[in-house]
Ligand binder design. Structure first.
Ligand code: PAF
Length: 288
């Protein structure tokens, strides 16, 4: 595996692969890799000639009182895991390499960045879209892989790619969960064992809503209220939101039809956790 820290190095590796006729798969991450990330790498490995993964904790997507300083980092462990999963190039730039001076240019997928997580993290998706746009220009992938757990992030990036004509296919990969349903997240390390047990309420709320949908309920507000009640009743958990929205437009749904995302977020101890479940509904038919 090539370890690149500069834009020039990663571009050279990609250009060489292109000369050999290889397609490029790209997995952008903030490191501290878990099985969710490794599933992205494995999927990219199956579908591409060259796999590039980036590890970069992007300051632009953290708000002033968020966890930028204490965000977990372990680059040597990440490099080892990426090697085991047959990644070809690890791009781990410094903040100076990515942002040699304050950014004058940003990418703001205006409307899609505002609801859900955007309400408590108003500048977050601008930071994500900006760094992903930069990374796409640096790496020039054919396909880029993102976890479905970050459903709003996927919607924002898909829209950016369409609006700005990036020649890249966005692949969203199903969420990896612990046996008790907790979605894998680098932020789970913030949880004490007791908090971790309470954190499963997000998955339990989603499963409750899924059950109601399978029974025939199609009212978005009714499902959102039910999920909020379940999360609100859990000790040690402060709900941020529980919503039922269209997967691509993120608009709240009165009636469930088409691509539906049940989306939840809550504060548990020092962690802010998110989760979602995505379904396609056509009348009585529910596709998972
Ligand atoms: O999902 C993440 O880890 C980050 O938001 C991303 C896409 C790597 C951008 O920094």
């Amino acid at each position: 595996m090539i370890r690149a820290t500069t834009i020039r190095e990663v571009r050279e590796a990609v250009q060489q692969a292109r000369r050999e006729g290889k397609s490029i798969g790209f997995v952008p991450t903030m490191g501290y890799l878990h099985d969710g990330h490794l599933r992205l790498v494995d999927t990219a490995r199956r579908e591409n000639g060259l796999v590039v993964a980036s590890v970069f904790v992007n300051p632009l997507q953290f708000g002033p009182n968020e966890d930028l300083q204490r965000y977990p980092r372990d680059l040597e462990r990440d490099a080892h895991l990426l090697m085991q999963h047959r990644c070809d190039v690890l791009f781990a730039p410094s903040v100076e390499e990515m942002y040699p001076r304050p950014m004058e240019t940003v990418v703001d997928v205006a409307r899609l960045g505002q609801p859900l997580c955007g309400r408590s993290r108003p500048t977050h998706f601008r930071g994500v879209a900006t760094v992903v746009a930069k990374l796409f220009h640096i790496v020039g992938p054919d396909r880029a892989y993102f976890g479905r757990k970050d459903g709003q992030q996927v919607a924002v990036i898909r829209r950016m790619v369409e609006d700005l004509n990036f020649p890249v296919e966005i692949v969203d990969v199903p969420t990896v969960r612990e046996p008790d349903g907790l979605a894998l997240s680098s932020r789970n390390v913030y949880l004490t064992p007791e908090e971790r047990a309470h954190a499963t309420v997000l998955y339990r709320a989603l499963q409750w809503a899924r059950g109601r949908i399978l029974e025939g309920v199609r009212s978005g507000p009714e499902l959102a209220r039910g999920m909020a009640e379940i999360i609100g009743a859990e000790p040690g958990v402060r709900m941020d939101y529980a919503e039922v929205v269209h997967t691509d437009t993120l608009e709240p749904l009165e009636h469930l039809e088409g691509r539906v995302m049940l989306a939840v977020a809550a504060y548990v101890g020092k962690a802010r956790l998110i989760d979602n479940l995505q379904l396609t509904i056509r009348g009585d038919e529910v596709l998972e």
